[in-house]
Design a protein around this ligand. Structure first.
Ligand SMILES: [Zn+2]
Length: 303
């Protein structure tokens, strides 16, 4: 089943022709999630051929403008194009007020339902869960309350070994339970051997989004062995003091954090527009962590 991430905006506060402000689109088992919504996100959605109305969940990390200024326009377009499907927005306290005021002052109404869920950026929480996946929030370390997000697949089912199942004539009602890894006693009192009848399950895949933040080591246990980690790298080492005073990270700090979390792969993003290219980010991060990707608008990664 699909689990892929498209970077829609890899820049920081000032948009450039090459980099939009923060936004990402995630498809996890056909659950369509938009993560942050910087100005111009709806153009990126169109440019990278994503179906706007397919988005079911929007997650907003914090209320610095480059992470949500695109939301009012995006919702308005959804409405103009006849959306009728429900939408859930998870975001910081105040976001609902901002959006509802914009509508009220313009005397507009949407024809579709939006459910707002408030996040406080103070503690970990599972905010969404269904049969296939779950979304966790975790607090980041930034100037204002900021949420990171972890999207995790549920443990996949074990695959049945058909030959052994048929040979031993295992009852149909036991098969799905075996796939779930249950310990089963059959009618004759015998415990069914899980390894005889099933292959071990594939490891559940996971994706972590650490938007604006200084490295926050209190999240290391939650993010341990994450398959893919996005971490902001607004600055390079030359501007380390600036990273500290603005509560952002350098590329090297992001790489150190990914290494400590034993992440399999790291994508860097949220680059300051002061840098003409990302060669130094790449170099400084790669010196401490080997699997580093530079985020680019339009980059699609399949887990
Ligand atoms: Zn910020």
């Amino acid at each position: 089943m699909n689990f892929d991430i498209t970077i829609l905006g890899s820049g920081s506060a000032v948009p450039t022709p090459k980099r939009n402000p923060s936004s990402q689109f995630i498809n996890c088992h056909n659950r369509k999630i938009l993560m942050d919504c910087g100005e111009g996100t709806q153009f990126q959605i169109r440019k990278f051929k994503i179906k706007l109305q397919s988005i079911q969940i929007i997650l907003i990390s914090h209320l610095h403008g480059d992470h949500y200024f695109g939301l009012a326009g995006l919702l308005s377009t959804m409405n103009l194009l006849g959306r009728d499907g429900q939408l859930t927005i998870y975001g910081p306290e105040g976001l609902e007020n901002i959006l509802r005021s914009q509508l009220k002052i313009g005397d507009s109404k949407f024809a579709f339902d939006i459910t707002f869920k408030t996040l406080f950026g103070k503690e970990r929480e599972i905010i969404f869960e269904d049969k296939k996946m779950e979304i966790h929030t975790f607090p980041l370390k930034h100037k204002i309350a900021t949420n990171g997000f972890l999207i995790k697949e549920k443990e996949p089912l074990r695959k049945l070994k058909k030959e052994a199942i048929e040979k031993d004539d295992i009852a149909i009602e036991y098969r799905h339970r075996l796939q779930k890894g249950e310990k089963i006693m059959d009618a004759s009192g015998k415990i069914l051997d899980l390894d005889r009848y099933t292959y071990p399950p594939k490891k559940a895949r996971s994706y972590a989004y650490c938007s604006d933040t200084m490295p926050n080591e209190s999240n290391l246990d939650l993010l341990n062995e994450v398959d893919l980690m996005y971490h902001e790298a607004t600055f390079v080492n030359q501007h380390k003091a600036r990273a500290k005073s603005t509560m952002h990270s350098t590329a090297e700090q992001a790489a150190n954090f990914a290494k400590k979390a034993k992440a399999k792969k790291l994508i860097l993003g949220h680059f300051s527009n002061r840098y003409l290219d990302t060669n130094t980010h790449q170099k400084e991060a790669s010196a401490v962590f080997e699997n580093v990707l530079i985020g680019e608008d339009g980059l699609n990664i399949k887990l």
